[in-house]
Design a protein around this ligand. Structure first.
Ligand code: CA
Ligand code: CA
Length: 158
């Protein structure tokens, strides 16, 4: 009798294990690459400050010319609109967040380029919305993300 019960138990465990494997959700892998490791310190800071904002694309580089790397985050806000801001790394984790500005709705890409070959490193944000593409070059000035030059951003941003 005991042997029969343990046999049934073993079968149940085996079946549960198999079905567990086959029904493993594949959506876990669907999440696009953020551009930085999930344990990035500034990304963690951003998420802690704004749990309602879902990062979709990030880039990690020193954009304030002070030797510490900062983080640019394109995210989806509470209203499902894409926005972006920068997390400026400061000592003692007193990081500064720039005011969010509109970001491209789809195919967001962030590239770094020192366009004037001096001072702060500039960055280019590009993307699209319903087939309209746009890009703009930004620089951090007084803790704000300033659009220096661009084309079509109003058509591709949310
Ligand atoms: Ca910096
Ligand atoms: Ca520069």
């Amino acid at each position: 009798m005991i042997r029969k019960i343990s046999y049934v138990m073993a079968m149940i465990i085996l079946i549960a294990g198999l079905s567990g494997c086959s029904s493993n959700p594949k959506s876990e892998n669907k999440k696009a690459d953020l551009g930085v490791p999930a344990d990035n310190e500034l990304l963690a800071y951003f998420k802690a400050q704004y749990p309602d904002r879902e990062p979709v694309q990030c880039a990690y580089e020193d954009i304030t010319s002070d030797g510490s790397k900062d983080l640019i985050v394109i995210f989806e806000n509470e209203k499902d609109k894409k926005q972006m801001c920068a997390v400026i790394a400061e000592e003692n984790e007193k990081h500064q967040l720039t005011e969010p500005i509109p970001a491209p709705a789809e195919n967001q890409k962030i590239q770094f380029k020192d366009i004037d070959e001096k001072d702060e490193l500039e960055f280019i944000v590009s993307g699209s919305k319903n087939g309209s593409v746009g890009y703009a070059i930004y620089r951090i000035i007084d803790n704000r993300m300033i659009n220096l030059f661009g084309e079509g951003m109003e058509d591709c941003c949310d």
